[in-house]
Write a protein that binds this ligand. Structure first.
Ligand code: ADP
Ligand code: MG
Length: 372
């Protein structure tokens, strides 16, 4: 009985990805050619502006998104990072039309998702979005073969047999799993299961691929392989990809990393201007060099607000208020002498040293290094 319920839930998850791309009519068999990937889209494909999401649980309100701003270009591959509870999954659910934000603006391909009715949102989700979850059990039905898993979604979408078979073949080849078409998920490795999950997510040829920790349950070499595959598929199908990840190493494998803190975009890590894009494809042995070529930039909202991470504030001794001085070449934020934060004493030596390195690129002074 319980098994049956679990399987029904899994099918419900899978159905998220299933529906015809064109009102149930026959869909074009051909997919955008590799060269069809837009190089520089004029307007951002995804625009989040002042996005707010409030969850009401009994008498409590949880503000999961607190006026989040984010723009994503068409064809971009973006990673969302941030501490647990910072709002990453909430944002992903909003982008995927699984849940509607409470306020703000959320546009995808010119459509304001906050203005859509529930049924319009369902249509959006099924036609435009593919999901890959962390748990392979949420992505695939264990008693169907790889081929049947992909085909099921197309059948649910009302696609004809011949077209369906051709598309399953194409997707299996695209994820490098043609030889495993007749294996069931339990017979496949974690990485192979995620490849099939990606093929399932692409069954309806979505414009956006969303992944909530899609590499969270595989080892790093496998994760790299999956990220490489996603980059290839992005080129091939002109996908816009947004991934939530805990793994900082993923940063070297995507175009941009956006850090979320307390429901707001707080900083972005991008390529520094003169880094050739080819550096992206480098192997992990080059990750240190790559990290050096990347720069984390703090994000300001339209009113000029920015977020300084608590650990950095603590290290700089900044409490509730700070002095802001315009200096030659920038703005200096200094602690107010009598308002020093006490939080610095709570940071251990190793954290303090590494923070010092990340802030000032030098060793901390002796007394700071000794402080615990
Ligand atoms: P993350 O994915 O970054 O860990 P989430 O987006 O899951 O964070 O959660 C952000 C905040 O919203 C957390 O405080 C979480 O407890 C709360 N939250 C998320 N989903 C719900 C929900 N369905 N009901 C109530 N609170 C929720
Ligand atoms: Mg989450």
């Amino acid at each position: 009985m319980r098994d049956c319920k679990e399987q029904t839930e899994r099918v419900a998850d899978l159905v998220v990805n299933a529906e015809p791309a064109h009102n149930g009519a026959a869909q074009p068999a051909s997919l955008p050619a590799p060269s069809a990937m837009p190089q520089a889209a004029a307007a951002p494909f995804i625009v989040c502006s002042g996005l707010v999401k409030i969850f009401r649980v009994a008498d409590l309100e949880v503000v999961a998104l607190q006026g989040l701003d984010l723009e994503v270009a068409q064809g971009e591959m973006l990673a969302l990072v941030g501490p647990s509870g910072s709002g990453k999954s909430t944002l992903l659910s909003a982008l995927g039309g699984l849940d509607q934000p409470s306020a703000g603006r959320l546009e995808v391909a010119g459509q304001n998702l906050l203005k859509l009715s529930a049924s319009e949102l369902t249509t959006y989700r099924r036609r435009q979005v593919g999901f890959v979850w962390q748990q392979t059990t949420r992505n695939l039905l264990p008693y169907l073969t790889a081929r049947e898993n992909i085909e099921l979604l197309m059948t649910l979408a009302g696609m004809g047999g011949r077209e369906r078979r051709a598309r399953v073949d194409e997707l299996l080849a695209a994820v490098g799993m043609s030889d495993y078409a007749h294996q069931k998920p339990p017979q496949l490795s974690g990485g192979q299961q995620q490849r099939i999950a990606i093929a399932c997510a692409l069954a309806n040829m979505p414009a956006i691929l969303l992944g909530d920790e899609p590499t969270g349950e595989v080892d790093w070499p496998t994760a790299q392989m999956i990220l490489g595959l996603l980059r290839d598929l992005r080129e091939r199908y002109g996908l816009t990809i947004v991934l939530v990840t805990h793994d900082p190493r993923v940063a070297a494998q995507v175009d941009r990393v956006v850090a979320i803190r307390d429901g707001r975009t707080s900083s972005e890590t991008i390529h520094t201007p003169n880094v050739p894009a080819a550096a992206d494809t480098a192997h992990s042995t080059h990750s240190t060099a790559q990290a050096a070529q990347r720069e984390e930039l703090v994000v300001l909202d339209k009113t000029g607000r920015l977020q300084l991470p608590g650990d950095q504030r603590a290290l700089a001794g900044i409490g509730r208020r700070a002095r802001v001085e315009l200096i030659d070449g920038g703005i200096l934020i200094r602690p107010v002498d009598d308002e020093h934060s006490t939080a610095i004493t709570e940071i251990d030596d190793t954290t303090a040293t590494s923070l010092y390195h990340s802030l000032y690129a030098v060793d901390p002074p002796e007394e700071d290094a000794k402080r615990s």
